[in-house]
Write a protein that binds this ligand. Sequence first.
Ligand code: SF4
Ligand code: SF4
Length: 78
Amino acid sequence: MAKDKKLVQSQNCNGCGICVTVCPTNTKLAKAEDFDVNTAKLAISVSNGAAVIDNLACIACGICTRNCPVGSLAIVPV
Ligand code: SF4
Ligand code: SF4
């Protein structure tokens, strides 16, 4: 997908992990028979108590931004 926008994260993240579960890219990866949460290229994951975005995997769909309880995520133009 051509990307003229990207997902960014602010300091507000509390590591709740909701974004990880609502992300359609992550869901698609999780359906693979050989899915391994430790090695999969998740679009967004939680590490050390905060969300980590993989902008190569993320398709900037914005679904996570609408589900984050503290408004930590946003889609911005690139
Ligand atoms: S970015 Fe939002 S939804 Fe994702 S872990 Fe942080 S607080 Fe939770
Ligand atoms: S913008 Fe879409 S693809 Fe990217 S992390 Fe959020 S839900 Fe997943």
